[in-house]
Each structure stands twice: as C-alpha cells, then as structure tokens.
Design a protein around this ligand. Structure first.
Ligand SMILES: O=C(O)CCC(=O)C(=O)O
Length: 287
C-alpha cells in the first residue's frame, strides 16, 4: 500500500531577481509572497469597482454542459459550447448566483487581459523576473456554488507561468513531469490535446491507474496576494475554493532555458514524439 503524502512547496518572500532565478533554475514550482499583495489590483478589484470601471466591456466566457464540473471528464470538447460573449457585468451577476437556469455552467477563463480589460492594466505591475514582458496575460474569474465549481482539469503548458491570485483562493494539484505515459494522456484519441491527462488527481485511484505518480502529488492552496511559479511541462489541476480572480503571465522558454532549468530538456525530449505530431495535425487542420 502506498501512503500519499501531500508534498510541501517552497515559499519565498519578495525575492530579488537573483533570488528568484536561483530558485527557478531548480525547475520546481514555488510560491512568492509579499509582492502582488501590494498591487492596486489586490486592493481595489471588488465586484462593484469592476462593474463601474469595465462592466460594459464585452468578454468571452467558457460555457459547458451543466455536468462538466460535477463529473470528472478530461474530454472538454464533448461538454463544450462556443465561448459566449457577454457584458462583464452580466458575468459578475452569474458569479453572484443570479444565473437564469439555462443548463450551462460558465467559467471566465483564459481571457486576454490587455485586450478585454485595458482599463485595469494600470492596477498591476509586470513581474520583472525574466527581463522581458510576458507574451500574454490571462484573466480568470471563477467561483464555487451549489451549481458549479470552476475547475481546470489536469494538463500542462509549455511556458513559464507566473500565476497571480488577486482575490479569493484556488486549490492547485501539481505534479512534476515524470514518465509522460503514466499520466494517461489521450494520445490515441486524435481530437484531444496530448497535454491533458485522463486521470482525476483529486481522488487517488491506484486500482485504475497503478502507474500514475500519485506519490508526487503537491497540493497548494493559493491565497489572495500570493504568486505561484509553475515551470513549463508541470502538470496542474486547478479548482476554485470560492469566488476568485487570477491573472497569469506567460513567458515562452528560450533555447537557453532548455539547458539552464533543471529537468526541462529531458522532459521535452520525452513528450516531443507525442506532442509534435498533434501540433502538426492541428496546424494542417487550420491551414
Ligand atoms: O486557474 C485555472 O483555472 C487554470 C489556470 C491554468 O491552467 C494555467 O494558468 O495554466
């Protein structure tokens, strides 16, 4: 019998750039305190402030079948409606529990922050750890109520992710990259990205997934004002513990990072034979 212990995560307070890079080189996730809590975003972004400043902005919101967030299913495509365009104040109304019952679960996830909320950009400070501006910043506004709990299922991205919790709390379940196939990615199901896992990491299920690296699980509750650094290719599953807002800053890795950040190159070489054919297929489909 394997006992699953929740591994702990390094926390650092207001690191200098050098202190950040020293930790970053180790190729592990870590939490940064005492930086974002100084931003006006963390101080001011109440629902009434957001409604006043940008409530009429049109924003795209993810829309899923009602059961998507209740029953684990990595195959989002089957549950997915097109993103709905709505006024931001109407989405805030949904967050406040005033959704008309239309059998859809909404989650405002991965919205281009600068494009949709230009009025709010002044309230944040670009994290300067990487000597360049992020390629993109995303805005997330999730919630948890009887109807729905905003969740992003287990997957990885190929970027350095500076994940900033502005309001409320989120629970992260993280796994360092290890044997790629043990995560049971949908590599035979051509329609789905091989960056997803079919495994629900919330419920330890050794019987169905004996090869899954349950023992590597790292659980982190990210509080308002905290930053989580997620290295490229780290698996993550994210759940709203309550109404919350997050911003993410994505930095694509450079060639140099492949050699400097511990573990990055070997993992990339391991997943490349599975991920590259998928990317080529996607590219051909689009062209
Ligand atoms: O916060 C979320 O729901 C998902 C965030 C995520 O997956 C990411 O930033 O890569």
């Amino acid at each position: 019998m394997i006992t699953i212990e929740k591994s702990s995560i390094t926390k650092i307070s207001n690191p200098s750039k050098q202190e950040f890079l020293n930790l970053w080189k180790q190729g592990k996730a870590f939490v940064i305190n005492d930086v974002a809590n100084q931003w006006n975003a963390c101080k001011n972004w109440s629902n009434s402030y957001l409604t006043d400043v940008c409530g009429d902005n049109l924003v795209p919101v993810e829309a899923y079948n009602q059961t998507f967030f209740q029953k684990y299913n990595f195959a989002a495509a089957e549950y997915y409606h097109d993103r709905k365009q709505m006024k931001f104040k109407d989405y805030i109304n949904i967050v406040d529990g005033n959704q008309k019952d239309d059998n859809i679960s909404y989650y405002m996830a991965q919205v281009d922050f600068q494009k949709h909320f230009p009025e709010l950009v002044k309230d944040i400070v670009y994290p300067e750890y990487f000597n360049k501006k992020p390629k993109i910043m995303y805005f997330f506004f999730g919630f948890s109520n009887k109807k729905s709990t905003s969740t992003t299922y287990l997957h990885f991205d190929d970027v350095h992710n500076i994940f900033v919790q502005i309001r409320g709390r989120k629970r992260f379940i993280l796994f360092p990259p290890s044997n790629y196939l043990s995560f049971d990615p949908p590599i035979r199901e051509n329609a789905y990205s091989p960056a997803w896992s079919k495994v629900d990491p919330v419920v330890t299920d050794l019987k169905s997934y004996p090869k899954f690296p349950w023992q590597d699980k790292i659980e982190v509750v990210l509080e308002a004002g905290e930053i989580l650094y997620i290295p490229p290719l780290w698996w993550h599953h994210v759940t709203a513990l309550e109404e919350n807002i997050s911003l993410t800053f994505w930095y694509p890795p450079t060639i140099k990072d492949l050699f400097v950040q511990k573990g990055f190159l070997p993992t990339l070489l391991q997943i490349a034979p599975y991920v590259i054919p998928y990317q080529i297929r996607q590219h051909l489909r689009k062209s």
